[in-house]
Design a protein around this ligand. Structure first.
Ligand SMILES: [Zn+2]
Length: 163
């Protein structure tokens, strides 16, 4: 088991919260629940993905919208007992192989570099300028990324107010 904030493996048990095992990171003091550490995504993200899926959204579209890998979403869909869906190929248009319109054509690598630079303390505009990506695009990536990594914040508020 790892700390969701600093990835340290020095974890101590820290009592129970809502009948779930609560843990605390020895290194950074982050508290988190057993369930959150299992998959790396919070229940909220998972439910959001499943809802999008039920609404008929394609797995790849969910991946783009939430930043959760489509393989992970498939697993959740199976676990939830939802019927697997065949991704339809747009029939009769071989000149345009299922390329989504909303995709700006930035490689995933570039996106990850931008996010890494932002995490290292660069401002949004600096990242955008140095990579030649539009400010709005970086902003969008950050939002998508924030949904995926919201596990890092959604329990800390509760735990810090219980002193
Ligand atoms: Zn930690």
């Amino acid at each position: 088991m790892k700390c969701p904030r600093c990835s340290s493996t020095q974890i101590r048990k820290n009592g129970y919260r809502e009948s779930k095992q609560n843990y605390i990171c020895v290194k950074c003091g982050r508290q988190f629940l057993d369930t959150y550490s299992v998959k790396g995504y919070s229940q909220t993200v998972r439910e959001e993905c499943l809802n999008l899926y039920k609404d008929g959204m394609a797995l790849r579209a969910i991946e783009r919208a939430t930043g959760v890998c489509h393989n992970t979403v498939i697993n959740w869909v199976r676990q939830a007992g939802l019927p697997p869906k065949k991704e339809k190929k747009p029939a009769g248009d071989p000149s345009q192989p299922s390329k989504p319109k909303s995709h700006r054509g930035y490689p995933l690598e570039l996106r990850q570099q931008c996010l890494a630079m932002y995490r290292q303390g660069m401002s949004l505009r600096e990242v955008a300028r140095s990579k030649g990506v539009s400010h709005n695009t970086v902003c969008k990536w950050l939002k998508a990324d924030a949904i995926a990594s919201s596990t890092a914040t959604d329990t800390s508020e509760n735990s810090e107010s219980t002193h």
